[in-house]
Write a protein that binds this ligand. Structure first.
Ligand code: ZN
Length: 275
């Protein structure tokens, strides 16, 4: 694991941002973003600026963690927030877990719409339902490419069978899906998946490894700038261009500068699981 740095909250003056989204592969149910939005009140970012993203995953419905992420995004003036799956928990008081998550998904979209930067997300194996955001401030990356400045974000949310979840698939199907991704991978591509690549930041229970071999083969065969993922809570950290940002329900995340590929680990009381 790389050096971790506890960063105290500090107030940074808010600047003017403009984020240009060029979604090429809109999915059913999502509103396609116009090429250049003309909403004058929307924060603006000039693409020549360094592109820094706040990345986290595996929040598992911990609302204090989401609120902390939104505070960090605002204070550090990041250009986008990336959420790498396992977003929802299981609220009590509902007939079924799916119903609970559907309700929670609606609340989460509303919360994320208030973030200081656009949110790009995928789901994970512990999510039973899609977030299904129709907002242009909160977009799914799964199976599509979103361009931000000169960087291209591409997402894939399935991981290998674990508990029979909605977003799990066997290796062979993951391999087929990845081969069919409607995206052109190059040195500016930021690939966001829930699963790690096999044997890279992927420890599971005991001696097991929960990364996908298909994913690893795919990334070895294709150029990319960075691979951001979650799923393995114990694998949080960085190895080469792979960034495991699994918060494991804690207040921890990374800011990744896509220009320099420098990263910074952020956390309140790192190592302590938040209640
Ligand atoms: Zn997971």
């Amino acid at each position: 694991m790389d050096t971790q740095e506890v960063v105290a909250n500090k107030v940074v003056a808010t600047g003017a941002y403009h984020m240009r989204f060029f979604p090429r592969w809109p999915r059913t149910g999502l509103i396609e973003i116009s090429l250049m939005e003309s909403n004058a009140s929307r924060p603006r970012l000039e693409p020549e600026f360094a592109m820094r993203v706040l990345a986290s995953g595996d929040v598992h419905g911990r609302w204090p963690v989401y609120r902390w992420l939104l505070t960090v995004a605002h204070e550090h003036r990041v250009e986008a927030i990336v959420l790498a799956g396992d977003l929802l928990g299981c609220l009590e008081g509902f007939e079924t877990p799916e119903e609970a998550q559907r309700h929670e998904a609606g609340m989460l979209i509303e919360l994320l719409e208030g973030a200081a930067a656009p949110v790009l997300y995928i789901m994970g194996n512990d999510d039973l339902v899609e977030l299904a955001s129709a907002s242009n401030r909160v977009q799914s990356l799964h199976g599509r490419q979103v361009e931000c400045g000169r960087f291209k974000f591409v997402g894939y949310q399935y991981s290998m069978p674990f508990m029979g979840g909605t977003f799990e698939k066997p290796e062979a199907e993951i391999q087929t899906d990845l081969a069919r991704l409607p995206a052109s991978f190059d040195a500016e591509t930021v690939f966001v998946s829930h699963s790690p690549a096999f044997d890279i930041l992927d420890p599971g229970f005991g001696d097991s490894q929960i990364g996908s071999r298909s994913l690893r083969e795919f990334l070895e065969a294709n150029p990319y700038r960075a691979h951001i993922h979650g799923h393995s809570h114990a694998g949080f950290g960085r190895k080469d261009n792979h960034f495991n940002v699994a918060s494991a329900g804690r207040t921890r995340a990374m800011i990744i500068d896509l220009e320099t590929l420098q990263h910074q680990v952020l956390g309140l009381e790192l190592g302590r699981v938040e209640a």
